[in-house]
Design a protein around this ligand. Structure first.
Ligand code: ADP
Ligand code: MG
Ligand code: MG
Length: 928
């Protein structure tokens, strides 16, 4: 092993020598201090002790600073002395410094800054003599003792506050500024005692000892509980930030009179993105006064009048920062006797709307290229703008909290069943559907509601999945809500919500409020439209929407979808004017009876498709033929049995009533005969019972052990050809109508659950027959593509054969993920997935983040094999993953043509698609 002396490392970098891009080594604050110094901004002289020194220190069981560090500190301090003409610990004009922490990621929880380090009895006296300002000197001293005591020596704040208050009380003043030099001196002395008593040692007076203690305290704070918790919470890995640096900076003073000041600035307004200097300042104050809120700072605009020359310099600083960083900056400054110093800068944190606006503005100002502007905005961040949210000024207390199951906020009257929701919704009343949980038969209630609130189920409950698909807000699993459907009330803790009472839900954080909380609409600003246009030009992937109705389709167009990637026809079956017909179709005992029901469905579906085609023209629309097991359209067996039992009671009671009336007549009792209530006709009850009985028998016959793997999708289509044939006819006739009306259409018929090419061939035959008929009848050619969903493992393995029949593939990654893992989603997410994630057995939830290693490999193979037999094969994805930025990048990398997701996620996907294209271009360049 080499000895430490021969491999002496460099631990410290002066601001003038550090590499401003090396945040890992210097921390964010340190790197930027170096960078600002390098480009000639006025930064007080200083240096950075590197994160490597921190890691070496933490590695040492004795927790000693690595050999050489203090030596380098002395060298650099000597350099500061040369530059400032002051002496550290000097008896004339003493040099004071601040000691500041800073890692690669901005991270509250680490050590607070110590100001005015280097003060002791000698230097304090010198400072007072040199400035001629006693008050300033004693104030600086007591601040230092308090900060050093608290931060470096761990003395509780309360002990200092106690002394401070005692002196203030005695002097009869309320605020610090009311204290004179004598009181401040006394406070300083009392603070020294506090430290002595609490630590058992006198306050250190040697400046270098102070400095060494402070440096060690900063390094130790990296492993402090607060910092560790913070890193865990925000998933900050060692690759992102490892250790903290220490910044030692010459003190400058904003509290040296009325030509001095301190403040913070933003190069643009962070709330709106507007291109104007923004921030606050205090005259004659130190940095911490702004934060402590002791005095109210004033907006920077006022500085223009009060200190015009300083304001001009500040505007100049702002321009230089932005020209250099090409990013909005959030900076700290101090003015000492008319000289402006910049003490910190970093990229400004902004909401999504301001990010978008500043990106577009900065392209127009020539600061950024379009590509840089696109990359600057995080696609997931856009979510904030695309859903309505609660007015940020609102300050109410939620009456319940559940899981944030689908983003966005909504208000409306509480209703407790889907039928009521639909009835009120039709009248234009805004309602929120409140249920214990929802079922597929509640779907018409979803359409009619502004949002959904449930007391049971998680983020993947039926309510959550359907609401997300529709882009409606949903709060799920808000325990503590009890719904009494019969009484039309819900109990929330102590509160009673009656039907019609106004409530507000926030699906972005799970809060539920009583009353109508004002909401802010989704924000489709001109800047966003612009940015997304650029994204579309840059993206290779197209983005389509999942949309089931003409209204959905119109909305998808507004969000910029270039087609529909998934239209689920069963969603149309659930509307309450259709469900009875669908039930007739299911219960039918003969093909004729079934055809009669189907004939009634045909015009309804045709009208739906025509509406969707018109809304989406000229873009393609992919229609999935019926997929779910048909018993899902029937009430549950349990429900049917209950109903039958009640009807039987009623039937018996009706019979009893007949006997009563007959007996009364024969016994001549007029009273009983006239007061007997009117009952529904027994024959009418019988008719209902017969139908219910048939439904029940059907439900029993259709019962399956595992419906998800049962009689559904194409299996169903081949058992009941008349259903698929009707759907195909509805699509083609609607398309023919559009063609005749001069509306450009591109229908794509997609078959679900396919595992063999034979299945596809059989369905294609229905299509061919219907297409020939429709084209003859309508006298026009109807363009139509035929393809398959890929959601079964075997379909991936047989992609080459499937592609002989299918003109396109669409990955249904929800089912494909279940099939690949052999996890049922509900069970996995409710039972073991959280534990798997916690223990790192699985990194993510594969139902949220596409499992690239498993499911993704199957997809890549299917694409490759499919295109081997049909070179131009069009391939897309329509699972929930299609709206997830990380998954979109993967889809781009395996050469998909499009992704499809719910409408409000379309803009997110458009931006993510552009990011993916830019990223893959960069990788190709790098490997070239
Ligand atoms: P934080 O990360 O909490 O902002 P900082 O290290 O930036 O901590 O410092 C806290 C406050 O002290 C800020 O207002 C900063 O501007 C001020 N400050 C830090 N170093 C100096 C210095 N050398 N001279 C004057 N003020 C300073
Ligand atoms: Mg700061
Ligand atoms: Mg599926």
């Amino acid at each position: 092993m080499e000895s430490p002396t021969t491999t002496r490392r460099k631990w410290i970098y002066a601001f003038a020598e550090g590499n401003g891009r090396d945040r890992m080594l210097l921390g964010g604050k340190g790197a930027n201090l170096c960078e600002m110094t390098r480009i000639g901004l006025n930064v007080p002289p200083g240096f950075v002790i590197s994160t490597e020194a921190c890691l070496a220190f933490l590695d040492d069981p004795q927790r000693q600073l690595p050999e050489g560090v203090m030596g380098e500190v002395r060298t650099h301090m000597a350099d500061l002395e040369r530059r400032t003409g002051k002496i550290f610990g000097g008896a004339q004009d003493p040099l004071l410094v601040s000691v500041r922490s800073g890692s690669a990621m901005s991270m509250p929880g680490m050590m607070d800054t110590i100001l005015n380090l280097g003060l002791n009895a000698t230097t304090l006296a010198a400072l007072i003599r040199h400035t001629g300002n006693e008050r300033f000197g004693y104030d600086a001293f007591r601040r230092f003792v308090q900060l050093f005591g608290k931060v470096a020596l761990g003395v509780p704040d309360a002990l200092f506050d106690e002394q401070f208050e005692a002196v203030k009380d005695r002097a009869g003043v309320k605020i610090d500024v009311g204290l004179g030099p004598d009181e401040l001196r006394e406070i300083g002395d009392r603070f020294l005692d506090v430290v002595h008593r609490h630590t058992g040692r006198p306050f250190p007076t040697d400046p270098y000892e102070q400095l060494e203690i402070a440096i060690k305290a900063v390094f130790n704070s990296w492993m402090g509980k607060r910092a560790i918790d913070y890193r865990r919470e925000f998933h900050i890995t060692p690759a992102m930030a490892n250790g903290t640096a220490v910044n030692v900076v010459t003190m400058v003073f904003g509290n040296m009179g009325n030509d001095s000041a301190t403040g913070v600035g933003f190069t643009r307004n962070p709330a709106t993105g507007e291109n104007q200097l923004y921030g606050e300042y205090l005259v004659n104050a130190q940095g911490e006064d702004v934060v402590a809120g002791i005095r109210t700072p004033r907006p920077l605009q006022e500085m223009e009048r009060e200190m015009p020359e300083m304001h001009r310099q500040l505007a100049d600083l702002r321009n230089r920062l932005e020209r250099h960083y090409r990013e909005v900056q959030d900076f700290e400054f101090t003015i000492e006797r008319g000289t402006l110093y910049c003490l910190q800068t970093r990229n400004g944190k902004m909401n999504a709307a301001s990010m978008v606006r500043t990106s577009v503005d900065m392209v127009e100002e020539g600061l950024l290229t379009r590509e840089q502007a696109i990359l600057r905005v995080n696609p997931a961040h856009l979510e904030q703008m695309l859903f309505p949210r609660l007015d940020p000024k609102h300050r109410g207390q939620p009456i319940a909290t559940g899981l944030p199951a689908s983003p966005g906020a909504a208000s409306g009257q509480a209703v407790f069943d889907a039928d009521r929701a639909e009835a009120l919704g039709r009248q234009g009343v805004k309602v929120v559907l409140v249920r214990e949980e929802t079922k597929p038969e509640d779907i018409h209630g979803f359409f009619a509601s502004q949002g959904i609130l449930t007391s049971r189920g998680g983020k993947t409950s039926h309510a959550a999945v359907v609401a997300r698909g529709m882009g409606k807000p949903c709060v799920a699993g808000a325990e503590g809500i009890h719904v009494d459907v019969q009484m039309r009330v819900a109990f929330i803790g102590e509160q009673v919500i009656k039907e019609g009472d106004l409530i507000t839900i926030d699906g972005s954080n799970g809060h539920v409020f009583r009353g109508e909380v004002p909401t802010v609409e989704a924000d489709f600003s001109p800047a966003l439209v612009r940015l997304l246009e650029w994204a579309d030009q840059r993206a290779r992937l197209h983005v389509r929407a999942n949309a089931d109705t003409p209204e959905d389709a119109a909305r998808a167009v507004r969000y910029g979808a270039r087609g529909i990637g998934l239209c689920r026809t069963e969603r149309m079956f659930n509307a309450s004017d259709r469900l009875p017909i669908v039930i007739d179709m299911i219960v039918a005992e003969s093909p004729e009876a079934r055809r009669a029901a189907i004939d009634r469905l045909l015009p309804i579906q045709r009208a739906d498709f025509a509406g969707i085609f018109r809304a989406m023209s000229p873009h393609p629309v992919t229609i999935r033929l019926l997929d779910p097991p048909i018993h899902e359209f029937l009430p549950t067996e349990r429900q049917l049995e209950d109903d039958m039992a009640r009807l039987q009671d009623l039937r018996r009671a009706a019979r009893g009533l007949e006997v009563l009336v007959e007996s009364a007549r024969s016994l001549g009792d007029r009273r009983a005969a006239t007061t007997a209530p009117a009952f529904p006709d027994a024959a009418a009850i019988d008719a209902i019972m017969t139908r219910k009985e048939a439904i029940l028998r059907k439900a029993q016959a259709l019962r399956e052990v595992n419906p998800m793997l049962g009689h559904r999708g194409v299996r169903l289509g081949l058992t009941y050809p008349e259903i698929y044939t009707m759907q195909v006819r509805a699509v083609l006739e609607a398309a023919a109508d559009c063609v005749r009306a001069g509306v450009e259409v591109h229908p794509e018929i997609m078959v679900p659950q396919v595992c063999t090419a034979q299945e596809l061939r059989a369905v294609r035959e229905y299509l061919a027959a219907v297409q020939a008929q429709v084209e003859t009848t309508y006298g026009v050619e109807v363009p139509c593509r035929f393809g398959t969903m890929i959601e079964v493992v075997r379909a991936c393995m047989r992609a080459e054969n499937l592609a002989e029949v299918a003109e396109f593939f669409s990955f249904g990654t929800n089912d494909l993920t279940q099939a690949t893992f052999s996890f049922s989603r509900e069970d996995a997410e409710n039972k073991f997935l959280p534990m798997y994630n916690e223990r790192g057995i699985l990194q993510d939830n594969p139902f949220e983040v596409l499992d690239v290693k498993g499911v993704g490999r199957l997809m890549a193979l299917a694409v490759e094999w499919g295109r081997a037999s049909r070179p131009g094969l069009k391939v897309g994805i329509c699972g929930e993953h299609g709206g997830h930025p990380q998954s979109i990048a993967f889809c781009d990398s395996i050469g998909l043509d499009y992704v499809s997701c719910s409408s409000p996620r379309v803009p997110i996907a458009r931006l993510a698609a552009a990011h993916a294209s830019i990223g893959s271009a960069a990788r190709t360049d790098a490997s070239a």
